[in-house]
Design a protein around this ligand. Sequence first.
Ligand SMILES: [Mg+2]
Length: 361
Amino acid sequence: MTNQNVMVSESKPTIGVKITVTLSNSSLFSKHITISRKKVLKKLDNEGGPKVHAWVDSMRDSSPTRVKSTDSLSETEEQSSWIAHHPSALDKFEEIVNASKGKKIVMFLDYDGTLAPIVEDPDRAFMTNEMREAVRDVAGYFPTAIVTGRCRDKVFSFVKLAGLYYAASHGMDIEGPSKSRKYKKGNQGVLFQPASEFLPMIDEVYKTLLEKTKSIPGAKVENNKFCLSVHFRCVDEKSWGTLAEEVRLVLNEYPKLKLTQGRKVLEIRPTIKWDKGRALEFLLEALGYANSKDVVPVYIGDDRTDEDAFKVLRNREQGFGILVSKVPKDTNASYSLQEPSEVNEFLRRLVDWKRSSLRQQ
Ligand SMILES: [Mg+2]
């Protein structure tokens, strides 16, 4: 067994982190074997590598979180095999809309890497005007929610559309659409905040992390209200160990918080059983579709945290998960799109299809 990667992936909320070992040279794609966290950490400790090593390995693998290829397959072969299993949502557009005929589509859209490209400075992750128009038009025909790890105020400052649901802070801060174009500040319009008791703790950890990471060039701590992001996209790889160690030391003091990971970002969240998948279920229920057979939820996202939502759709055997990725990744999504510009085209085609089907009625 060579090239073993230890990836810290989505956690069971009450346990902390789950460790997945990727066997790189085993079959068509890597086999993911989940073993107990205790076992792996004990092994790492025995080998002289504390938990932080697993984090650093995971940070290295995090962008993109691709599945490693086998020696016998070229990258092109790997790509086409992956596409066969997760075809382009544009190529299969007819299949998607045919399955949605006579049913109610509900759109769920991640923000970073889905509606806007991933950029070095997370404060400048702007979406294009074309994308904003496409999202606005989609929301005119289908209930639409932005589901993001960002805080509500921040994502609204990017999207600037009032007629949407916003499930911010990984779904821990859900707000309904407002009628006016004016954004509701404060708690007006809030539908659900399952982690409100964690606010003082998150704030405290934010301040501590700011202090502890200020000497690491490029590290950026973002306060997403109910969760925190430690961005390491601009941190030299040599300093990743130091950064992970600082985060670990802080988190040791807060057993009610857990660490998960996205694309070049460490995410700190309350250990409650809540994620983007739960937010999707909550919103379907809020819209009156909890047990409906006539609803087609479409979720588009690019990151590990979106997998919780893809899993919900798979388990419900309802709707479509669409992963935004240029490279093969292990995913529960059914379809793929390569980048935000393809998401834009998909949304645009959905609007055109809806308009023409309404004209034919
Ligand atoms: Mg994303």
